[in-house]
Design a protein around this ligand. Structure first.
Ligand code: GMT
Length: 376
């Protein structure tokens, strides 16, 4: 039986927007009817498919209201689409505001819809900034018919910090293996002026403080003293100036490329030798999985869901947050041993194709949907 599924996410927000969109595309390919209910076309919704619909949440700014009412407009749009398109369920990403909006829409249509909520960690981050939202986040989670989180660590954190005993299933993130795979991109290396003997280290993020980009630069600084190397920094955000300043202060400007926001990261990743993800908060770390899919082993920090993605000593390394020396030492070990690198690269691709295989993850979501609709 195919389903009619409404999907809501923040269409422009990093990993959660990517996962929501890629899942929607795969569900559509499997014959389900997918209705994106979002404030703009999700940035990864770049392909046409007859099973994919887009319903724009148009938030009006009225002179009487100080703030545009996104949440209420969304709830009202959800209710409209549920009824007109006869949806079976809403799959929303984030408890706040999306699960709460979905609950409101459910009430508006007389309860005749199921809500599946996926947590990406952002609710926990919001909680850190604004504890007054605790009750609302808990409410969004508890009123959902089913809740998933992107790592076991996030399940544990949600239970602990929100003091809820709601059942939460871990469903890992995934990548589209048809896009993320090791590609031969010799010309791209030349385009970036990377010499044959140079190792390429990459970091991708939204350059928020939690991503600890200065640690990435410090680690790279140590590596480039020992071997010819270049650092590619992909993305943009509030800490970009801090990163620029540090690169200049260390005198390594000619070895660091700030590539800004990039769409086709699979091509760029394919010319890299090592991915660094040194965050202090990360519920999963989708960028590490993207790198691994392209055959690039990653070094990540021992926090959140990262150790569930990178298996220490097998397909990359795990080190403590801020332990620049250990991270640099792991990096040099990997970059100076071709056999080890080849092995870890192969194990990284293997993990993407097994534990995180997109079909396997898709089946888990489908099974959850059917169970939820049967009230099990
Ligand atoms: O990390 C961000 O700043 C973006 C954030 C988001 O909401 O998209 O990412 C979160 O969800 C991703 C997809 O599940 C995860 O891969 C990221 O680890 C998670 N970020 C944090 O937990 C900080």
């Amino acid at each position: 039986m195919t389903l009619k599924i409404g999907i809501t996410c923040y269409p422009t927000v990093g990993g959660s927007g990517v996962i929501a969109t890629e899942l929607g595309k795969m569900l559509a390919e499997k014959g389900h009817e997918v209705h994106f209910i979002t404030s703009s076309v999700p940035f990864r919704l770049d392909t046409f498919h007859p099973n994919i619909y887009f319903h724009e949440v148009e938030v009006n700014q009225y002179a009487v209201f100080r703030y545009p009412p996104y949440d209420l407009t969304l709830a009202s749009k959800m209710a409209e689409v549920i009824q007109r398109e006869n949806l079976d369920l809403l799959h929303v990403h984030y408890a706040v505001p999306h699960a709460v909006c979905a609950f409101l829409a459910k009430e508006m249509v007389g309860g005749n819809i199921k809500i599946v909520t996926t947590l990406h960690g952002t609710d926990i981050t919001v909680l850190g900034y604004d504890p007054s939202l605790t009750e609302l986040i808990r409410f969004g989670i508890e009123k959902s018919d089913r809740v998933t989180a992107v790592s076991d660590d996030l399940v544990e954190q949600t239970h602990r910090l929100l003091e809820t005993d709601k059942e939460i299933d871990t469903v890992y993130n995934f990548v589209d293996e048809r896009i993320y795979y090791p590609k031969a991109e010799a010309d791209l290396r030349k385009g970036y002026d990377i010499k044959e003997n140079e190792k390429v280290i990459v970091h991708i993020s939204n350059f928020r403080a939690v991503k600890r980009v200065p640690d990435v630069i410090e680690v790279f600084n140590r590596i480039q003293k020992e071997m010819p190397a270049k650092l590619l920094l992909i993305g943009d955000g509030p800490e970009i100036q801090v990163a620029c300043r540090l690169v200049n202060d260390l005198g390594i400007r000619d070895r660091v490329k700030f590539l800004g926001k990039q769409e086709n990261v699979a091509e760029i990743l394919s010319i890299c030798d090592l991915k660094l993800l040194l965050s202090e908060k990360e519920s999963f770390g989708l960028v590490a999985l993207e790198a691994m899919a392209c055959g690039v082993p990653a070094i990540g920090t021992n926090i959140g869901g990262i150790p569930e993605v990178i298996e220490h000593g097998v397909n990359g390394f795990i080190a403590e947050v801020g332990d620049i020396e250990s991270i640099a030492s792991y990096a040099m070990q990997l970059l100076s041993n071709a056999e080890l690198h080849k092995n870890m690269s192969a194990r990284a691709v293997e993990a993407v194709q097994t534990k995180f295989a997109s079909n396997f993850i898709l089946e888990q979501y489908e099974a959850l949907y059917y169970k939820t609709l049967q009230g099990a």
